[in-house]
Write a new protein. Structure first.
Length: 128
């Protein structure tokens, strides 16, 4: 069974806020402080969605995207100054969506619930 959301961010306070926001939609959240920690968690556990900061101390959202794609998991990128250019780049490179900070509970719930309920193309094709 897949765990809920892997949140990759150096900010524990954001993880606490997201955990509260996701409790209303029954999605659990696991927090990784770095790209290295996220890679380790993705090797041992399945996640429905990975939510990552655009910039990490040891990498970027593109590095996290490669990890997520390698385990067939959807990626949502977050950034305080997210704009249409970052959104378009993220979508064109294979991310599921983009969330702007500060987080809006309703938007977090909508995006992450939608991402977690959608089967990936690879999994849907294998089931057919």
């Amino acid at each position: 069974m897949d765990s809920g959301v892997l949140f990759v961010s150096p900010y524990p306070q954001d993880a606490r806020s997201l955990t509260q926001m996701l409790s209303d939609v029954s999605l659990s959240l696991i927090h990784a402080l770095s790209l290295k920690e996220a890679a380790s968690k993705l090797e041992t556990e399945n996640f429905q969605v990975v939510l990552t900061e655009a910039t990490l101390e040891d990498g970027t959202w593109l590095d996290v995207l490669q990890l997520a794609l390698s385990v067939d998991t959807k990626l949502v990128v977050t950034h305080p100054w997210a704009d249409a250019r970052l959104w378009a780049e993220a979508i064109n490179r294979g991310a599921y969506d983009l969330l702007v900070q500060p987080f809006s509970g309703t938007e977090v719930q909508r995006v992450l619930s939608s991402a977690s309920s959608r089967k990936s193309i690879v999994k849907a094709h294998a089931a057919a």
